[in-house]
Design a binder for this molecule. Structure first.
Ligand SMILES: Nc1ncnc2c1ncn2[C@@H]1O[C@H](COP(=O)(O)OP(=O)(O)OP(=O)(O)O)[C@@H](O)[C@H]1O
Length: 309
């Protein structure tokens, strides 16, 4: 069921200048983890700010639980946990627990409830011993974790996280993935921006890719990876370079990329030619061969970098 529906939103910061976000539409359903990807300056934060009404869209409509929240976002804010860039959703002079009590209170939790939930969250991230330390005295990664805990404090229906993995070590990222998966299995919708494609691939069920303010790709992670990996790709290392005749044969059936001196990547153009490709490979002076499983980075490269040409 649709939790958040973003319909054709656009934003230009200064009159006459290029649009920061142009006609972006997407949905976040209950239980979705949607990874919002794009190069620096693509328009991710602006889109999140429009959803939160921190920046008003020039055009378009935002629905939360089927209610129009484009210009009056109280229903959305009441039910949404937010982590903005740089953990701005906290009082830095206060401790994690004091922040939990404040932010929990804003979302209807009493002190006891907020303290209990806050302690549970800190425990998950192995940060209980910092519960009374002022945020300014925590490391960058710890601050980020406390910011994420503040966003999760009052059992939100929707969680909006802007680059939550920034500054986190691998253990903290793993704990966060587990926490997000648990929230998602409880029906929470999650919209998360990230530059870490391996994180996105692990945690998200949908991806959105924005470039130059426009949504250039939107699909389920599983379907897009299945489609991508239908095409067999081999990486071969040879004891000598391919000669012209061998290159001619290879390009008849494969897209070929020279990765380094003696290493080539061959992507089979048509799966029905696979036996011909295997025969051709068997006749080459191969030192090493491996099949390549492609990930979100290939999709990102295609839509984010190719479009920059
Ligand atoms: N307050 C602002 N005033 C004017 N222009 C802005 C403002 N905020 C963002 N922009 C411009 O809007 C465009 C989109 O920026 P935005 O911060 O939304 O990108 P982003 O995808 O979040 O980037 P990053 O990954 O670097 O955080 C950029 O060209 C940026 O320079």
């Amino acid at each position: 069921m649709t939790l958040l529906s973003v319909n054709n939103i656009s934003k230009t910061y200064q009159k006459g200048k290029k649009k920061a976000v142009s006609n972006v539409s997407f949905e976040v359903n209950h239980g979705d983890i949607v990874a919002f990807l794009g190069p620096n300056g693509a328009g991710k934060t602006t889109t999140l700010k429009m959803i939160l009404n921190l920046v008003s869209p020039d055009e378009g409509k935002i629905l939360f639980d089927e209610q129009d929240v484009t210009n009056s976002n109280l229903p959305l804010l009441k039910n949404t946990g937010v982590l903005l860039e740089g953990s701005k959703n906290m009082f830095w002079a206060l401790s994690p627990m004091e922040n939990f009590v404040y932010w929990g209170g804003q979302r209807g939790l009493n002190r006891k409830e907020a303290e209990k939930k806050g302690l549970d969250l800190l425990k998950q991230f192995n940060l209980t011993d910092k519960k009374d330390t002022s945020i300014t005295k925590l490391s960058r990664g710890m601050q980020q974790i406390v910011g994420i805990c503040c966003a999760m404090i009052a059992n939100p229906k929707l969680l909006i996280l802007d680059e939550p993995t920034l500054g986190l070590d691998l253990t903290a990222v793993k704990i966060m993935i587990d926490s997000l998966e648990m929230l998602s299995s409880n029906g929470v919708g999650i919209l998360v921006t990230t530059h870490q494609l391996d994180f996105a691939q692990k945690v998200a069920n949908k991806i959105l890719l924005i470039n130059h303010g426009q949504l250039v790709f939107s699909d389920s992670v599983k379907d897009s990876l299945d489609r991508l990996n239908k095409q067999a790709v081999f990486e071969i290392s040879l004891s000598r370079s391919l000669n012209d005749e061998e290159v001619g044969m290879a390009i008849a059936y494969c897209e070929i990329v020279n990765k380094s001196d003696l290493t080539y990547r061959l992507s089979v153009k048509d799966q029905k030619d696979i036996s011909k490709v295997l025969k051709m490979l068997s006749e080459l002076p191969i030192v090493k061969i491996q099949t390549v499983t492609r990930g979100l980075d290939e999709i990102f490269k295609h839509y984010a970098e190719v479009n920059d040409d």
